[in-house]
Design a protein around this ligand. Sequence first.
Ligand code: FUB
Ligand code: ZN
Length: 651
Amino acid sequence: MRKILVVLLVVVLVGCTKKDGPVGDYSISTIDQEKVEITDGLWEDRISVVQNKTIPYGFRKCEEKGRMDNFLIAGGKMEGPVKGKMPFDDTDPYKVIEGASYALMNDYDPDLDSYLDSIINIISIGQEEDGYLTTWKTIDPQNSPAEWCPPGGRWENLDFSHELYNAGHLYHAAAAHYQATGKKSLLNIATKNADLINQVFGPEKLTIPPGHQIIETGLIRLYNITQKQEYLDLAKYFLELRGDSTTHELYGPYSQDHKPVVEQDEAVGHAVRAVYMYDAMTDIAAMDEDPEYKEAVHDIWNNIVNKKLHLTGGIGARHEGESFGDNYELPNLTAYCETCAAIGLAIWNNKMFCLTGDAKYIDILERSLYNGLISGLALEGTKFFYPNPLEADGEYKFNKGAITRKEWFDCSCCPTNLMRFMPSIPKYIYAREGKTLFVNLFIPNHTEISLDNTPVTITQKTEYPWEGEVNINIQTEEAVKFTMKVRIPGWSRNQPVPGDLYHYKQEYSGSPKIMVNGEEVSHFLENGYFTIDRSWESGDQVTVDFPMPVRQVIANQKVKADRDKLAFERGPVVYCAEEVDNSGNVFDFRIPEKPVLQSQFQPGLLRGLNVITAELPVVDKKSDKVDFTAIPYYSWSNRTPGKMRVWFPKY
Ligand code: FUB
Ligand code: ZN
């Protein structure tokens, strides 16, 4: 991918933030996205598809579905009632702009840059004089686009009106656009809106929290750019309002408004709302160095990974309320696992890593990324899953009325969330803390960074996730001393997920090896990393080798849906059997005690992926064999609709 050539002198921070604000901050920061270029492999393919097809498709849909018209109608430049069916339809263009801005950082495209100018101009038309911006309320507040959202003037029914949610996505888009282009067009719209919200909400003013979180992290991004303390204070204020019945009538657990955030220790309610809130709480834990916030996010994280995480890294078990279920309630056929929630989980876990330096958070990010997150996007780039179940019977219409992927939804949160998130993936590969470089993800890339005041070029070559060998090459004009911490994923250390929710059926005795210039180096594992501390010279090469056998996973006995069942993984990838590859019914497979499992890369299948095959005994006819083929979970439902299964009964 060709990078933007202009060096932008902007102090904008995405993901974990840098240490230049007046308050504390994350000690570990990600590397600026524009410095990391993904060069090959699965992610180059996925991100190129998103940038070349999905994002243009998203803008087209925003135009076709009247999302842009709403800004014109609100601004009096077009006649008619509000278009669309959701009070948060304004966020679709914001989210696509955010993703397009990251795309500009990856591959500068002047046409895209000017297209963004033109739609930002349209957005500005929808903004009221004082900064207010939610088009359905401006157009006709007494006519809500959705029956579940009561009508009413500004800031009425905040539990459902989505005014503050709309604002949050606007701020994220504005921050990304400013970072990518240095232009303040969207940023000015965002800060004008944030200034209004800051005048309206606060102690002695309106004391009601947003129904759906995201304004909190949006405000923090605006704070990082502008250094306006009010934005950070307001973000924290919105968090502190939750669970405080002296300030408003509580919304209850659905909106995580049942107790003060620092007292929460279980993930409850609407999963996307929840995870966006945990993300904001982690920012406050870092920026305010607040021990209560730290403890709360740790407790909630432990609850999720030990009791509420699907094997695919999906969260939110129930369709009902798009919500977390009870502890260990992890159904397969009816699993909700909304794409937006997987995205939120990945973003939040990166922040948890930046807060702590512990690789276990990147393990969760990686699990979600390779499985329940990219599953949301069809391989060709213009069809989507909203829920991501772990089983399909070919009948249950899990995907908003469909048994397979859909081109769009009236509630299009998931497609546009994929558009906003996917192009930002380069920033998750590395992180740094002073003279320490963290290698978190194994993705072929090229990056240039300064370590110990010396420019260093790092090139990663790997076939990961299909092969376990990773080569990291260093180029530098002069010897440079820095510490490289290479993440050793949990799956390569016999731990699919931190905690006891899942374990491998058998321990694998092979262990990861790490070599510098062909010689194995002594190492010890600390916080999930191998540490290499040395003076690096040009041409130095680190080779990591993760053995990648096919593994069988067993869930904690308390997970009823997976009892007496097995799932298959190889490296970070979870597998499933789909009807189209298996002449037998995927629901008839039984896994014997010692299946002979083969794995092979198939370049021509589903844009290239590894397939697991085996011969399995047929139920009730122990002598006959049936062929079993499993493909990576993320790639299912890209051919013909049908049955699919991740967890298989044991023989
Ligand atoms: O309410 C906005 C978005 O719509 C949520 O995040 C999704 O779960 C969907 O309900
Ligand atoms: Zn969604």
